[in-house]
Write a protein that binds this ligand. Structure first.
Ligand code: GLP
Length: 272
């Protein structure tokens, strides 16, 4: 696991976008897993800027991690009345780059048979050849996607009930300003499982800000536990890159070691 510590959110976002762009340049047919939340917004802004300078997404295939159950994108509605992750992705990334609509995959919160939909989503990932690069944030309760505490570390795409902490956080970030009552928020979501995520070939996890510091330390350095599903990163056999800003890294015990490794790597690259 490589841990990269950046000065601030902007630098974290630039570094993440550079890694994604390098993947796309190397493999224009990249299968890219995408995340929602405030954390990757800066990365998406950078990718949009890079696209304006020529980065081509025309053959890239995307799979999003999750969606609220009972919610779907409705572009006919004003933004504040559509809190779907599909809408979020459309606004923050898809509308601004040249992905082909048929290459975009999002869990469908309005699927008539959600369980069948989850099975088909797993199939679609397999048929695409698996996820090459998966972008991840981390929830305050340690979740990846919507894999709440107690989720099996071998779980697959499924329906998940959300915890009070997640509902509180998402209410504050998105629903309150939309004027939607707390009780009207969806309490369930479709989420890729931890087992699904662990099959990606490269994981790119991002976190920023003081309020993530404790949970980041637990996930990276604490015991592997289904109570902090992002701790599954410690069982992961692919390439893992964690990019943090200084604040999110502030509770890490091994921070000096991560910085030391980064320095060695930079020296080796400069020497080449
Ligand atoms: C939601 C999403 C997660 C995301 C988390 C953190 O729960 N399902 O994928 O990582 O929020 O969001 P933020 O980046 O806004 O802190």
């Amino acid at each position: 696991m490589e841990v990269i510590i950046k000065e601030n959110y902007e630098e974290m976002s630039r570094c993440a976008a550079e890694i994604i762009a390098a993947h796309i340049k190397k493999n224009p047919r990249l299968v890219l897993g995408l995340a929602t939340g405030a954390t990757p917004v800066g990365t998406y802004k950078e990718l949009i800027r890079m696209h304006r300078e020529g980065l081509d997404f025309s053959q890239v295939v995307t799979f999003n991690l999750d969606e609220y159950l009972g919610v779907g994108m409705d572009l006919g509605k004003p933004y504040h009345l559509d809190q779907s992750y599909a809408r979020f992705m459309h606004e923050e990334l898809f509308a601004h780059i040249n992905l082909k609509p048929e290459n975009i995959h999002l869990p469908d919160g309005l699927a008539p048979d959600p369980e069948e939909f989850c099975r088909r989503y797993e199939e679609a990932i397999k048929n695409a050849g698996g996820i090459d690069l998966q972008v991840l944030g981390i929830g305050r309760d340690g979740h990846w996607a919507f894999n709440e505490p107690g989720s099996s570390l071998a779980s697959r795409t499924r329906i998940q009930a959300l915890t009070k902490e997640t509902l509180d956080d998402n209410y504050e970030s998105f629903y309150r300003q939309a004027g939607i009552a707390r009780e009207e928020m969806p309490h369930f979501a479709i989420t890729m499982g931890i087992g699904t995520i662990l099959e990606a070939r490269h994981i790119l996890m991002l976190a920023s800000g003081k309020k993530k510091a404790q949970v980041v330390a637990k996930a990276l350095e604490g015991p592997v536990t289904s109570q902090i599903t992002a701790s599954a990163i410690q069982l992961y056999s692919g390439k893992a890159t964690v990019i943090l800003d200084k604040e999110a890294a502030s509770e890490l015990k091994n921070i000096e070691y991560y910085r030391h490794v980064e320095k060695l790597k930079a020296e080796m690259e400069a020497g080449r």
